[in-house]
Ligand binder design. Structure first.
Ligand code: ZN
Length: 50
């Protein structure tokens, strides 16, 4: 089993605050201001090579 960690951007649907989360190590947090569950905005590909 591979344990790949992905960085995703979570965004609050209410106030738009964003936060980087590392899945599956971390959970999608709640917004500290609004106390609502944040949603995943986009997947960030860390495997890019320049
Ligand atoms: Zn919020």
């Amino acid at each position: 089993m591979r344990d790949k960690i992905e960085a995703v951007e979570a965004v609050c649907p209410k106030c738009g605050q964003t936060l980087l989360v590392y899945l599956p190590k971390e959970e999608i947090p709640k917004c500290s201001k609004c106390n609502v569950q944040m949603v995943i905005k986009e997947l960030l590909d860390e495997g890019k090579s320049y």
